[in-house]
Design a protein around this ligand. Structure first.
Ligand code: NAP
Length: 257
């Protein structure tokens, strides 16, 4: 039980990587505060955790809205009295090269993927500072490191999250708070399925060509990223501070011939 007696808040955990992490963290003994903008999906994650014998509660919030996030953190603390781990997972995709994007589309991706990390941190960190302990996990992407066609807004946000993680770590190391980032490659979740449908005339052949980017020839699974998140959440990673953790099937550092 790597997370016994810990309370963990995971944003966007009604789907994909967040849901998979919530299920794994609960299995490892955590009390999970499941956040998602969509109450149906969030409650589904909670139901799945409880059915498996775990402990969880759903808290609705839009991570871009300060009042909503402040209230989420208050409800989480009322429920469990502590937040040991904050996993800033919620995020949206953004497709298009710069000249194809409308300013509003650009702003929306910035809002969810950057402001949506800033706000939960802003309201959870004072609590962690008071307790002088905590682990913050920020969801970046391997796209923070590589160029990828027609993903300008999304790449900019994930690069920002990585830079933010490093600066946060310097600010909060003195409070015994660790701040690390996850950099997944392409993971088969509803997020990627929607991206494939929206971006390509032939989603199946696009999927096959995306698979070839991985050295193993397969996409990652949400469970692969959940295991990496568990490592960052637990004491197993106690000497990791301000670090990027890649879970990308070799996309960043390897190259198929
Ligand atoms: P997903 O299945 O779409 O899950 C993301 C969840 O976040 C959804 O339930 C979504 O709700 C929720 N959400 C969106 N906006 C929100 C908001 N304003 N407030 C609260 N919740 C919100 O996506 P995923 O693939 O698991 O991705 C999770 C994270 O990993 C994202 O940050 C993504 O950028 C990152 N990532 C994913 C991949 C990949 O290949 N899948 C790779 C690298 C990084 P709705 O569905 O209702 O919008």
């Amino acid at each position: 039980m790597k997370l016994a007696d810990k309370a963990v808040l995971i944003t966007g955990s009604g789907s994909g990587i967040g849901r998979s992490s919530a299920l794994l963290f609960a299995k490892e003994g955590a009390k999970v505060i499941v956040n998602d903008i969509d109450p149906g999906n969030g409650q589904q994650t909670v139901d799945d955790i409880r059915r498996a014998g775990g402990e969880a509660v759903y808290v609705q919030a839009d991570v871009t809205d300060p009042e909503s996030v402040e209230s989420m953190v208050r409800q989480a603390l009322n429920e469990y009295g502590q937040i040991d781990v904050l996993f800033n997972n919620a995020g949206i995709s953004g497709v298009g090269a710069i000249h194809e994007l409308e300013p509003e589309q650009w702003d929306q991706v910035m809002k969810v993927n950057i402001r949506g990390v800033f706000l939960p941190c802003k309201y959870v960190l004072p609590h962690m500072m008071e307790r002088r302990k905590g682990s913050v996990i920020n969801m970046s992407s391997c796209i923070a490191e590589i160029g990828l066609a027609r993903r300008a807004s999304y790449a900019a946000t994930k690069g920002a999250v990585l830079a933010l993680t490093k600066s946060m770590q310097v600010d909060y190391a003195a409070y015994n708070i660790r701040v690390n980032a996850l950099l997944p490659g392409t993971i088969l979740t509803p997020f990627v399925e929607e991206y494939l449908q929206k971006s390509y005339d032939d989603p199946e052949s696009a999927l096959q060509s995306i698979k070839k980017r991985q050295l193993g020839g397969e996409l990652g699974r949400p469970e692969d990223v959940a295991q990496a998140a568990l490592f960052l959440a637990s004491e197993d990673s106690k000497f990791m501070m301000g670090s990027p953790l890649y879970i990308d099937g070799g996309v960043v550092f390897g190259k198929n011939a």
